[in-house]
Write a protein that binds this ligand. Structure first.
Ligand code: BGC
Length: 746
């Protein structure tokens, strides 16, 4: 994946500039390490927060002394160039800086939040979004982003699900790798490429009760089969760096977790990039109660294999002494500094540490890329009587209601340090542009924010609804309700929004809800009171034009949910790839205390434990998403019903567009391994593809499956596929019913 630095005879630094010559990167690292003092090596392992476009004297001195390997949070290109100059021209060895920033889903131009991008099930969309973000960030001197976040997120209460690629390890692996490729390009030293960082290694998404930073307890088998998988895929895709998680994992916080960082990541996977701590998470080892002081924290983190400390001073203050006292092997420091230098070489920073913004081409049109991403990220959850798309030819008046119809900042979502709300085109603006003077539009926010409980604007909203031919309700969560340390216990619509829906409904007009949010919400009370729901996540800069195109049928939604939407929060965690119980419910054993359909048709698939008042199906299944047309799956076939380990088969089905519009369908393949040396999920996603079909057109969708694709970590954590019987489903969601079976023999 990486391009080697091609230039010969590299000259860096000033006084004792290092001639790193024509040798390959490993030789150049060794040569440089040979000239570095212990203090300079430790310096590479320290990252300093800048943040206010000002270089404090202490920072300038530290840079000159070679005591800083990286800075973060500086995006003024002039300041970044000056920081590089101090490091390169005024330090003894002239080692350039890594300049880090959270470029999570865009820089100036903001793409949909990652959770929404994941609903596109389109690696191309994710790759292009990251490519645009990388080029924009690179112009500011940033050469390293702290993304993608590839934590498996199975708890929608967790605020950081917004940054995630959803609940499924396969989907997150495919899309996370695409994001790495988008940021890093074909060649890390190419124009507009920046180093990516897979985070948070590992298990962070399993925070108890979804409370951010809370303890995680993930048994090793589940860790390997679920949480580690996207990280393995990112390493295979050439991710330059990884970040450890804040959380405690089974007693040893990730930042001190030698077993995971040193043994699995380095030992088993051979990762040769570097590992950065999360923000101050080394010193936080003391707060966790793992170590008594910062020195102990530095000791634990360095021994675990954390190469760089993000914004803390445990390494700067203690590592040298720990080495001199013989407590830390100098080899650990050499390896860490070498890992960091390797990425600097691969980025081409030794050849050119400076940024000329005019020399960073943007490979794609940023606004169009953002619009396409927003279009493909929208999921049509319900559409009673095909109320959508609205026919503008038959509309004389439209009510646009709700706190998110015209909220340029909130539509961008979480983690948009550099995102420019002035670039946002809101749904209201886009709808006005699209409809021009043909339709009279009345806009009533009704609530000042999504959290507001002040209902004084409701009468106005209801009268606008009564006077209109149709109502578009823009609801959800404002940006600050998701993201880091923004978890919620109640994941319904906040504030008085559900009441707004009820009152608007009483006006008796067709009502369409567009939901912008940072997480799956419990929407049972909304489903019953509106005719259609379009879930867009926070759709980013171009969310408005994308929504307008979808609502008025200039495009058909094709997004599919990357996580299960529960009926009620008490079902959480609820995800499709659950394990069976020893006592799966049958129609006879299911006792409901409320008027909820328990989902009896799911019983044949082995779905599993339930609540008396919620049943055992979610409100919307993983993979669910409607279209303006309809699709039919039939004739599922396996190319062979029996195969030996080491071979492949093809599973196919006929997919027909049975409606009247051309559209894209994301066809999905799920497999169940009936018996394993450890119990297996009732279904696992094994493939998906996007299929464009004209009305009436049929295509065969085919998935090639090698027995290696069915491998998992078994009883002794050995990784292998096991012989036995398998079920396979092809369909439009994880609740697909079209099923076949095959058998693997030894
Ligand atoms: C977050 C990281 C982020 C870092 C730097 C931390 O609080 O957990 O994901 O990259 O801050 O901003």
């Amino acid at each position: 994946m990486y391009g080697a630095v091609a230039n010969d005879a590299v000259t860096v630094g000033s006084a004792e500039r290092v001639q790193t010559g024509t040798a390959g990167i490993e030789e150049r690292i060794a040569e440089l390490l040979g000239q570095m003092t212990l203090a300079e090596k430790v310096g590479q392992m320290c990252q300093v927060n800048v943040g206010d476009s000002y270089i404090h004297d202490y920072l300038a001195e530290a840079l000159k002394a070679g005591r800083v390997g990286s800075v973060l949070n500086e995006v003024s290109v002039d300041v970044v160039n000056e920081l590089q100059r101090l490091a390169v021209e005024e330090s003894r060895l002239g080692i350039p800086l890594l300049v880090g920033r959270d470029v999570i889903h865009g820089f100036r131009t903001v793409m949909p939040i990652p959770f929404a991008q994941a609903a596109s099930w389109n690696p191309g969309v994710v790759r292009d979004g990251a490519r645009v973000a990388a080029a924009e960030a690179r112009r500011s001197g940033v050469n390293w982003t702290f993304a993608p976040m590839i934590d498996i997120a199975r708890d929608p209460r967790w605020g950081r699900i917004a940054e995630s690629l959803g609940e499924d390890p396969y989907l997150a692996s495919v899309l996370g790798s695409a994001m790495v490729e988008g940021f890093q390009g074909d060649n890390l030293s190419g124009p507009g490429a920046i180093a990516a960082c897979g985070k948070h290694f590992v298990g962070y998404g399993a925070a108890e009760s979804g409370r951010d930073y809370a303890t995680t307890n993930v048994p090793e088998n589940e860790m390997r089969n679920v949480y580690l998988r996207p990280f393995g895929a990112a390493v295979d895709a050439g991710v330059a760096t990884l970040m450890t998680s804040f959380s405690d994992i089974d007693g040893v916080p990730a930042t001190a977790n030698r077993r995971l960082v040193r043994d699995v990541l380095r030992g088993e996977w051979g990762f040769d990039g570097f590992v950065v701590s999360d923000w101050d998470s080394i010193r936080q080892l003391c707060i966790h109660g793992l170590t008594a002081d910062d020195e102990g924290a530095a000791f634990e983190a360095a021994r675990a294999g954390v190469d760089m400390e993000m914004h803390g001073d445990a390494y700067a203050n203690h590592l040298e002494r720990l080495v001199e006292a013989g407590r830390i092997d100098p080899g650990i420091i050499d390896t860490a500094a070498g890992n960091i230098l390797r990425i600097k070489f691969r980025l081409g920073l030794f050849d050119n540490p400076y940024t000329d913004p005019d020399n960073v081409p943007n490979p794609l049109d940023a606004a169009n890329t953002a619009k396409q991403a927003a279009l493909e990220s929208a999921v049509l959850l319900t559409n009673e009587h095909d109320v959508l798309p609205l026919d503008r030819g038959r509309l004389a008046s439209l009510a646009v209601v709700g706190p998110l119809a015209d909220a340029p900042r909130d539509q961008l979502g979480t983690w948009i340090f550099d995102g420019d709300p002035n670039l946002s085109i809101t749904p209201l603006a886009a709808i006005e542009t699209l409809l021009g003077d043909d339709v009279s539009i009345r806009h009533v926010p009704a609530l000042a924010t999504t959290r507001s409980r002040d209902v004084s604007g409701f009468d106005d909203a209801v009268s606008a609804a009564a006077a209109a031919d149709a109502v578009l309700l823009f609801l959800g969560e404002e940006a600050i309700l998701s993201g880091e340390a923004h978890s919620r216990a109640d994941i319904g619509l906040p504030g008085a929004q559900a009441e707004l829906v009820r009152q608007v409904r009483e006006a008796g007009k067709p009502v369409v809800a567009v939901i912008m949010a940072g997480r799956p919400l419990t929407l049972a009370n909304v489903v019953d009171n509106v005719d259609a729901i379009l879930f867009t996540g926070h759709p980013g800069t171009m969310g408005g034009p994308a929504i307008a195109d979808l609502v008025f049928g200039r495009a058909s939604p094709a997004g599919k949910l990357p996580a299960t939407f529960p009926r009620m929060v008490g079902q959480v965690p609820i995800y499709y790839a659950q394990k069976n119980t020893g006592k799966p419910p049958t129609p006879e054993t299911v006792v409901m205390i409320d008027d909820i359909d328990p989902g009896a048709d799911q019983l044949s698939t082995g779905l599993t434990a339930y609540h008396l008042d919620a049943g055992y199906t979610p409100l919307f299944a993983f993979g669910h998403g409607l279209s303006y047309t309809s699709f039919c799956y039939e004739n599922i076939r396996c190319s062979r019903t029996e195969l030996r380990l080491g071979n492949s088969l093809t599973i196919s089905a006929e997919l027909t567009n049975t409606g009247e519009r051309a559209a894209v369908e994301v066809a999905q393949l799920y497999v169940r391994d009936l018996v394993g040396s450890v119990t297996r999920p009732v279904r696992e996603l094994k493939g998906f593809c996007r299929v464009h079909l004209e009305p009436g057109e049929s295509k065969t969708v085919e998935f090639a499956l090698h027995t290696d694709d069915l491998a998992f970590y078994g009883r002794d954590n050995g990784y292998a596929a096991e012989p036995g019987e398998f079920y396979a489903w092809i369909g439009g969601s994880s609740a697909a019913e079209l099923m076949t079976a095959f058998r693997i023999v030894e």
